[in-house]
Design a protein around this ligand. Structure first.
Ligand code: NAD
Length: 350
């Protein structure tokens, strides 16, 4: 390969994304018949998801494993297995939100695609057109779209809904979101009290809001939701269950035919009625939960994730290409979960 490494890939790993084994071979990679043979002798293993317990045996001792490890939901047996083999596991979810690490930030690359896809899925389920159409046969009103949570996914959802002709409003608990929402041409709706003004961590994530704030927020959004055609919820708090933003009563207040797309369904959901990978009909309101939206754009999600991994490679290799974890680098420190038989990340040591 251009960087001097030898690369082996599991056969058919890219097939469903439209990348055939022959394309990897042309690019200089070897194809192994299965995952266990692909990782044999590897110094560095790149994966999409963290390993299942039964996959750990095949990993070489002392290898560096870089994947979306779901660090807050890790099976203790997997953690023990990684430590038993002295594997240095690095979690892509813990990429710090600093400028230098932006190219490695897989949560951002995948959230962006998910936000786009959530609106496309919502538009598909919605039984009406999204843009305003003035025709000889009458006028079609534009769809009212409300995006809850205006992080990376939410901002892309806003942009996508606007492109499709929706009239878009959005909310978030982080004050920084207000300007970003407005810059995309959407209206910002939030309870802007003192708690709101302090509701962002140094890492740029949302804080868990107090029950009092959540009650005020619910009151404000309840009347707004009743008038919406499509609601996309994206609200997440790292390491915690997703906050409930749409109650059963709010769902019932919506018009039949309207749609909720709950992007947080895999983290417990922003709406208690959503179910992973189902469209639940609540009196004509469709509540859709997609647990893996990037998988609905496999070519783009794979390409961007691969770029994230590639950007990370210099931080785990020396100039001659050999494995060399730079444990003085703040990016490596933030992402490293296990090393030399110990769990070394304080965010998962509890
Ligand atoms: P996320 O996926 O963790 O959460 C999604 C959104 O939900 C966030 O905007 C969050 O504030 C919001 N939210 C949480 N609780 C809520 C509630 N009760 N009501 C409404 N909204 C709620 O967030 P994210 O997409 O990862 O982005 C978080 C921030 O980090 C953004 O400002 C983003 O621009 C920033 N960011 C920075 C970098 C970088 O500098 N390298 C990279 C990526 C993201």
């Amino acid at each position: 390969m251009a960087s001097g490494h030898s690369v082996t890939i599991e056969s058919d790993a890219g097939k469903t994304a439209g990348f055939l084994d022959s394309a990897y071979e042309e690019a200089g990679a070897s194809i192994a018949k299965d995952a266990a043979s692909a990782v044999q002798g590897a110094d560095i293993v790149f994966k999409v998801r963290g390993p299942e317990e039964d996959e750990i045996a095949a990993l070489p001792d002392g290898t560096a494993l870089i994947a979306l490890m779901e660090p807050f939901a890790m099976d203790p047996k997997v953690l023990a297995g990684l430590n038993a083999k002295k594997i240095a596991a690095l979690s892509m979810e813990f990429t710090p939100r600093i400028t230098r690490a932006q190219s490695m930030d897989a949560l951002s690359s995948q959230s962006n695609l998910s936000g786009y896809r959530a609106v496309i899925e919502g538009a598909q389920i919605y039984g009406r057109a999204m843009p305003m159409m003035m025709t000889a046969a009458g006028t079609v009103a534009p769809a009212k779209v409300f995006v809850m949570g205006a992080g990376v996914a939410g901002l892309q959802a806003i942009a996508t809904a606007r492109r499709l002709g929706g009239v878009v409003t959005a909310t978030d608990v982080r004050p920084a979101a207000k300007e970003q929402v407005a810059s995309l041409g959407a209206k910002f709706i939030a309870v802007e009290d003192d708690e709101f003004k302090a509701a962002e961590t140094a890492g740029g994530y949302a804080k868990q809001m107090s029950p009092e704030y959540q009650a005020k927020q619910a009151e404000l959004t309840a009347s707004h939701i009743a008038k919406q055609d499509i609601v996309v919820t994206t609200a997440l708090i790292p390491g915690r269950a997703a906050p409930v933003l749409i109650t059963e009563d709010m769902v019932k207040s919506m018009k039949p035919g309207s749609v909720i797309v709950d992007m947080a369904v895999a983290q417990g959901g922003n709406c208690p009625l959503s179910k992973p990978d189902e469209i639940v009909d609540v009196g004509g309101v469709k509540v859709a939960g997609f647990s893996n939206l990037p998988a609905r754009l496999p070519a783009d999600s794979s390409s961007l994730y691969a770029k994230n991994l590639l950007a990370f490679l210099p931080l785990v290799t020396a100039e001659d290409g050999s494995l060399n974890l730079d444990t003085d680098d703040e990016v490596v420190v933030a992402m490293l979960l296990t090393r030399g038989g110990d769990t070394v990340n304080e965010r998962i040591q509890s």
